[in-house]
Design a binder for this molecule. Structure first.
Ligand code: MG
Length: 231
């Protein structure tokens, strides 16, 4: 049963044309049960297995270790093994998107937003566009800031947030960031953004959770958007 959880927020979200809305992609704009990340995970493991000649269990350990230490598995592969990021991205994002469904409710909620809307993802733009097309919301956004635009410096590295807001001329004090990974909201809050944590059942989503950097939390993005945009 979907449930909207609303925190006592210190900040009001205003649906004005000057508010910038920043959305993460995976497990934020589509429900976690689509489980796309499981497919990307399998591809990452295969990539590491091929690259390092290790077995599946070792590859999995390396993958998770890099994810935790470097922010993304890719960042670790670049730093430690000099991997070509484009090669890696093409390989791991080449997955079946059939679990994704058109989401008209989400489309309507996004249409009601008056300000600019952006995608800020640790994935690549081509993959993001495929995902957005599958959900039917590809026309909703004013820009996508992907891992290539970020110079392969992933969230939650604060350098990436600064590059992102500079790139689109965003005033962070008038911005809302919506994300399923709690730790990725900490640098956003530090810049003065209002933060919305989309809760999932994945424990790594809650990694780095600190109530001090979360203004709102919900397990139902459309419900939260609808409620917020009405008030
Ligand atoms: Mg995500």
């Amino acid at each position: 049963m979907d449930q909207i959880i609303r925190k006592k927020s210190r900040k009001k979200v205003s649906n004005s044309s000057s508010t910038a809305w920043i959305f993460d992609l995976d497990n934020t704009l589509y429900p976690e049960h689509c489980n796309l990340f499981a497919h990307i995970d399998i591809k990452m493991k295969a990539y590491i297995t091929n690259l390092l000649g290790v077995d599946g269990d070792q590859a999995y350990k390396i993958q998770k270790d890099y994810f935790i230490r470097y922010g993304t598995t890719l960042r670790g592969l670049i730093e430690v093994h000099g991997v070509n990021p484009e090669d890696f991205m093409h390989f791991v994002h080449d997955i079946d998107l059939s679990p994704l469904k058109q989401d008209q409710e989400l489309g309507r909620a996004l249409s009601a937003i008056r300000g600019r809307k952006f995608i800020f993802t640790n994935g690549e733009a081509r993959y993001a566009i495929r995902v957005l097309e599958k959900i039917g919301i590809e026309d909703q956004f004013d820009g996508i800031f992907d891992i290539t635009a970020a110079g392969h410096i992933p969230k939650p590295n604060e350098v990436s947030y600064q590059n992102f807001i500079d790139h689109f001329g965003i005033d962070p004090k008038n911005a809302v960031m919506i994300e399923d990974m709690a730790r990725n909201l900490a640098p956003a809050a530090a810049l003065g953004m209002t933060t919305v944590w989309v809760k999932t059942r994945y424990e790594w989503g809650a990694m780095g959770y600190d109530a001090a950097h979360i203004d709102y939390e919900t397990d139902h993005l459309v419900g939260w958007l609808s409620e917020t945009l009405q008030t």
